[in-house]
Design a protein around this ligand. Structure first.
Ligand code: SF4
Length: 458
């Protein structure tokens, strides 16, 4: 397919993001660098912070970055609108959730669907060498790219995005980069698996450091490493944080590391602490070993508790994330999760939104067979607006509790975590029929911890 420029100049490509968890969109900055290097005119538009720019509608190719579920849901009405307003433009979608939702996107008029390692394919498309309408990267074969330093010119400044709230009350400007992409693991519920299928790619250190340098020059005081698992390439990760810390000793950062890796590389955790890591996010998901087994997470509840102790011993803040509502979760399981968080003195370290989350079953989920076998009658057909297979719990009280907790948290995004936890506790106890009975008092927080002030999650 060769694009005919709508004007007299070079091909004009618009890169559009709808939501990247309150971050300046890396998924726009990275391909922007590739496209500009190829001589393409690039327009960037982050709809989480900007209106739809009129120039976008005059582009030859309009490409939507869909890295996550919420971003994709938000993109659907935008794609419809753009399709109607710019009938001559070719539409493309790229990123993890583009590959997962190819059929829905095509029905909206998206012609090209690219997957996880998309930059090279986008350049080919823009330069007239792209042939396949569904790129191999959307089907699980990830090319090996020669990564470029992302180009952030034209995007809103870092200060317009979520910031890091420090325990002392200070706020730090946050940048974002990726030192690796994909993941070596195959957890059953993870949307990365159908696209990367165990493949992971390391971004060269010099590229990551150049990207961090440009963000520090733009005001960043903290960097979020968005790698699905920062310790997938342990040598790369450790060398990188040492080098970054040497060049930017005042810079803080956060990373995401699975429980299994936190245990395996426990001797490396002090290096994280000493190089400016202010917290480690870890997808614990559940404290029920049966559920963890179904999700193939590679850790147990005991591993999680061990990691909590380890991190506490060395003074590294752990920020656990959960999927508390699954088809297998009982009311008592939920209450036990609250009790465990309380007992382990983690109330301040768990964002309240984590206590609302319901297992998402997107298209191509590895969980589909398992859930259909266990709960077939409670699984509905794919919902093309919500982009999930909706499920109902066998016990209606669990669904009611999930709705109640979500409403509580949604209405009070800015209250203290301990207060929110108390309210959730009461609601769960009430649903369980234990309201009024003696209970462990909510542990007063040890200390408030640093956190990113973007309340949403997936
Ligand atoms: S370790 Fe994390 S990123 Fe990797 S497959 Fe499991 S859930 Fe996904």
């Amino acid at each position: 397919m060769t694009f005919v420029s709508q004007g007299n100049g070079p091909t004009r490509v618009s890169l559009v993001a709808t939501y990247e968890l309150g971050r300046q969109p890396f998924g726009i900055a990275s391909p922007a660098a590739w496209l500009k290097e190829a001589g393409v005119e690039v327009i960037t538009n982050d709809l989480s912070r900007q209106e739809l720019r009129p120039e976008v509608l005059n582009s030859d190719l309009i490409a939507f970055h869909l890295p996550m579920h919420t971003a994709t849901r938000l993109a659907l009405p935008v794609i419809r609108r753009v399709r109607a307003l710019a009938p001559r433009a070719r539409l493309c979608a790229y990123g993890l959730y583009a590959g997962l939702n190819a059929a829905v996107l095509r029905d909206l008029g998206v012609e090209y669907v690219l997957g996880g390692e998309f930059e090279g394919e986008l350049v080919k498309l823009a330069c007239g060498h792209g042939g396949r309408k569904t790129a191999s990267s959307a089907e699980g074969i990830q090319p090996r790219l020669r990564f470029r330093v992302p180009d952030r010119t034209g995007l809103p400044g870092l200060e317009k995005y979520a910031s890091l709230q420090m325990p002392c009350g200070d706020r730090r400007v946050v940048g974002y980069t990726e030192a690796s992409r994909g993941c070596k693991h195959r957890c059953r519920h993870c949307p990365i698996v159908p696209i990367y299928d165990g493949q992971f790619r390391v971004v060269p250190r010099e590229v990551v450091i150049a990207d961090i340098r440009s963000q520090v020059e733009a005001g960043a005081q903290h960097i979020t490493f968005g790698d699905p698992d920062f310790f997938n390439g342990i040598g790369h990760a450790i060398n990188l944080v040492r080098e970054v810390n040497e060049e930017f000793p005042e810079l803080t950062y956060d990373v995401t590391i699975k429980v299994e890796h936190l245990r395996r590389y426990e001797d490396k955790l002090n290096i994280l602490r000493d190089t400016g890591c202010v917290f480690v996010v870890s997808a614990v998901e559940s404290i029920d070993d049966d559920v963890l087994m179904k999700l193939e997470k590679g850790h147990t509840e005991a591993d999680f508790e061990q990691v909590v102790s380890l991190c506490r011993e060395i003074g590294l803040t752990l920020s656990p994330t959960f999927i508390p509502f699954t088809p297998w979760t009982t009311l008592r399981d939920y209450f036990e999760l609250l009790q465990t968080i309380d007992r382990l003195e983690l109330v301040e370290q768990v964002s309240p939104v984590q206590l609302t989350l319901r297992l998402l079953i997107p298209e191509r989920s590895q969980l589909l067979d398992l859930i259909a076998n266990d709960f077939g009658a409670w699984l509905s057909p794919f919902d093309r607006e919500r982009l999930v297979y909706p499920w109902r719990h066998l016990d209606a009280r669990v669904d009611r509790l999930q709705e109640g907790v979500t409403e509580l948290v949604g209405k009070q995004l800015n209250i203290a975590r301990t207060q929110m936890f108390e309210q959730i506790w009461k609601l769960a106890a009430c649903e369980l029929g234990e309201f009024g009975q003696p209970r462990t008092p909510v542990t007063p927080s040890r200390a408030t911890v640093a956190y990113l002030n973007e309340p949403w999650y997936c």
